[in-house]
Write a protein of this length. Structure first.
Length: 445
């Protein structure tokens, strides 16, 4: 004989609600076949300490191919999905892990998640505690909100996933202590579009080829986008601001960066775009504003860069372009350089010497256009005078743009007492600045 359990009115209603939910879940396969929809009952009015409804039994009772529609309320995580189902939250269902582990894990193909709020992951970097872990193929994650999570969206061996319209807000930690707002590991052919990431560490791709990131926004982070060994990445129309570094791509050939806007990357290296040994890539139509360095290139010693850098705008950066490495055969055309404190800097003489330049717009160009063809009558040259001191002697960087060094540079340009070093020559500098910025738009029509 079971012992009697006293229950007040509120506890009795909670028990009745849970019993009805379990009964509906058990009857669902016979009522509607494999496509039956499981509907969770609204949260009963119970004390705050017990108001989280168990979610895992509802998930386990949903048949493959079925739909679980959660009523407004709070549900207990962590939870795990291991069969293809559709989980709907309607924008009012909250899954709270209470600071333990990953809020929701998916280990199945064909799962669809929509309208959920995932909250309160654990804080372990070793376990990669996240708001959402995805392992599978053909997954759809749209219009969800992740908040107070260490890592945000974690794709692990996932492929052909569609992540759209989600918002990820990390834990209130220092940037180096946070997890990645987006993390892809060994995942390919995923489309990540129209998401908002805030207060994360990085957007990271590792060993993840053939992915698309389009029209996403990321604010308040360390690296805006960090890709390593991830060839054929396409990053288009993303907006990255107030991150330590904008886009960093290492050892990832056939990259395409188009139409991104990167602003206020001033710490942790501080470059808007950094590329290292990522040959056969295209950097086109991007805008890089107010960064420590607009674009930093580290060329291979073999000179296999073969990058096409076209139609970009570098403005109000401390350094517009920085070249590291002696080789490199990249092509720069139709770019705009506006109000950068230093337009081009190099690590040593010879760095970037093999690059090809044509039709770029330089705000410091001092020539004329007497035949009115839109191009300068004489080439534009970037020469180093006294500014070679801080570029070639790292300790002298502290004095860069100091009054003494500025005076020395002015006097040397006025009456050179040493031979200047030529960094680059653009034989056809563009005179109309607006033409460089709009060229790509006209060509794409």
């Amino acid at each position: 004989m079971l012992p009697m359990i006293p229950a007040g009115g509120m506890q009795r209603r909670a028990l009745i609600g849970l019993a009805l939910a379990t009964l509906l879940a058990w009857l669902a396969p016979w009522i509607g076949g494999v496509h039956a929809a499981i509907v969770a009952l609204p949260s009963p009015a119970v004390p705050a300490a017990t108001r989280l409804q168990p979610l895992q039994p509802l998930i386990d009772a949903t048949p493959a191919g079925g739909t679980l529609t959660l009523a407004p309320g709070h549900y207990q995580g962590p939870a795990r999905i291991e069969r293809p189902i559709r989980l709907e939250g309607g924008g009012q269902a909250v899954i709270d892990a209470g600071g333990q582990g990953t809020v929701l894990s998916v280990a199945a193909d064909g799962v669809h998640l929509r309208g959920l709020t995932l909250r309160g992951s654990g804080d372990s970097q070793d376990r990669i505690d996240a708001g959402l872990l995805l392992e599978g193929r053909d997954l759809v994650v749209e219009d969800n909100r992740l908040e107070d999570v260490l890592f945000g969206l974690h794709l692990k061996t996932a492929s052909r996933a569609q992540l759209r319209g989600n918002r990820v807000i990390g834990k209130a930690l220092l940037p180096g202590m946070r997890g990645d707002a987006l993390r892809l590991w060994n995942s390919r052919h995923n489309h990540i579009e129209g998401n908002l990431f805030e207060r994360g560490r990085d957007l990271t791709l590792i060993n993840s080829p053939d992915n698309l990131l389009r029209n996403n926004r990321f604010n308040d982070g360390r690296y805006g986008l960090h890709a390593v060994f991830s060839p054929r990445l396409r990053a288009e129309g993303n907006r990255l601001s107030h991150t330590g570094t904008g886009i960093v791509v290492l050892y990832s050939p056939e990259l395409q960066l188009r139409g991104n806007r990167i602003a206020h990357a001033l710490t942790d290296g501080g470059a808007g775009i950094v590329l290292k040994e990522s040959h056969l890539s295209v950097v086109e139509g991007n805008e890089v504003l107010h960064c420590a360095v607009g674009m930093k290139l580290d060329a291979t010693v073999e000179g296999l860069g073969q990058l096409r850098i076209q139609g970009n705008h570098f403005a109000h950066n401390l350094i517009g372009l920085f070249f590291y490495g002696e080789a490199g055969a990249d092509r720069f055309s139709d770019n705009r350089f506006t109000a950068n404190l230093t337009t081009v800097a190099i690590s040593a003489q010879g760095a970037g010497a093999a690059h090809q330049w044509s039709g770029n717009s330089w705000d410091e160009y001092q020539g004329f256009d007497r035949n009115h063809d839109g191009f300068g009558d004489r080439p534009h040259e970037v020469l180093l005078f006294a500014d070679r001191i801080w570029m070639e002697t790292p300790m002298a960087t502290f004095f860069r743009n100091s009054p003494a060094l500025e005076l020395l540079d002015f006097l040397e340009r006025l009456a050179p007492f040493t031979s200047p070093y030529r960094v680059l020559q653009d034989p056809r500098p563009r005179m109309r600045a607006e033409a460089a910025g709009t060229l790509i738009a006209h060509e794409s029509r």
